[in-house]
Design a binder for this molecule. Structure first.
Ligand SMILES: NC(=[NH2+])NCCC[C@H](N)C(=O)O
Length: 297
């Protein structure tokens, strides 16, 4: 079942089976990262403008930050000719079904033609680690960009789904049927917040960090219905520093772009520990921490 308005909601969090936290992280080496085309507004003006050496240092610091929390990264090799492959949250949606105790990934159907050839590399990787690999139904020709838009509610078998730019609303009907999961679908309409993970960062079962301006009134109402604590990022930090592309891997630390001072203060007030990371080279492509990793079970 897909829910797009608060009036339709006929369940609570307690009706959703408990879901364990994913314990492993996948990262993709940035050897071939670059800005070579413009498929989101942040990339505009940045073609050829990436400092590869700086990008590598920033990526290594991210890798070290996961290791410091005892989350050992699995590394996928970036491929030449696929400059966005480093954003490994987008090509798949990893899942764990607590009822059947099965794990796997659903492959994306990238909206951007420039990124479609990234998916087979991830298919191969997940098969190599014995993951079940699922496809959206044959004949369904809707866009889907994985965890860029589809985000698990922490601790619950419940999926949040953004739609409007990179993922079609109808994809969530198919995903809901495929995985047997409820989906809360949020409309996106500001092109600078083109993926759900640019404006919505889950922290723990009761807390989320959002940029409210990216959502409509139904979206905000649904978010407020399911999270007791909603931390707002200010517009400038959300839009230009990707404050909401943060990642909280453990319900405590929040990896976030360096310099998001107001957001970090609000996170601390809500009881979280921000960990600043510099992703400035990746911001040139419209990505930061959240989309540079994929958590798996
Ligand atoms: N989930 C994300 N926000 N990923 C960032 C992707 C950036 C990439 N240049 C694109 O536009 O597709």
């Amino acid at each position: 079942m897909v829910y797009t308005s608060p009036d339709a909601i006929d369940f609570t969090l307690d009706d959703c089976p408990p879901l364990s936290r994913p314990q492993r992280v996948v990262l993709t080496s940035p050897d071939h990262f670059d800005v070579q085309y413009v498929i989101n507004p942040h990339m505009s003006g940045n073609i050829g403008g990436v400092n590869r050496a700086a990008a590598l240092q920033q990526w290594k610091a991210l890798r070290a930050a996961y290791s410091a929390l005892d989350i050992e990264p699995l590394i996928v090799d970036g491929q030449s000719g696929l400059p966005d492959m480093v954003f490994c949250a987008n090509q798949t949606l990893p899942f764990h079904n607590p009822m059947s105790d099965t794990s796997g990934v659903v492959l994306s159907n990238m909206h951007a033609p420039e990124r479609q050839n990234e998916v087979p590399h991830y298919e191969q990787f997940f098969r190599s680690v014995d993951y079940e690999v699922l496809n959206l139904p044959d004949g369904l020709d809707t866009d889907f960009e994985g965890m860029g838009d589809a985000i698990w509610h922490p601790g619950r078998f419940l999926l949040w789904g953004g739609y409007g730019f990179r993922t079609d609303r109808d994809t969530y009907e198919a995903l809901s049927d495929l995985l047997g999961v409820r989906v809360l679908a949020l409309a996106l309409s500001d092109p600078e917040f083109y993926h759900l993970d640019t404006c919505f960062s889950v922290l723990d079962e009761n807390s989320v960090l959002i940029y409210p301006g990216a959502f409509d009134t139904d979206g905000i109402a649904m978010i407020e219905q399911f999270f007791d604590t909603v931390v707002d990022a200010p517009e400038g930090e959300a839009r230009h520093q990707f404050a909401c592309n943060a990642h909280c891997p453990d319900g405590d630390h929040v990896f976030i772009q360096e310099g998001c001072t107001v957001t970090m203060k609000r996170l601390r007030e809500a009881g979280f520990r921000p960990v600043e990371l510099d992703t400035s080279e990746f911001l040139k492509s419209g990505g930061s921490v959240f989309c540079m990793k994929q958590m798996i079970w």
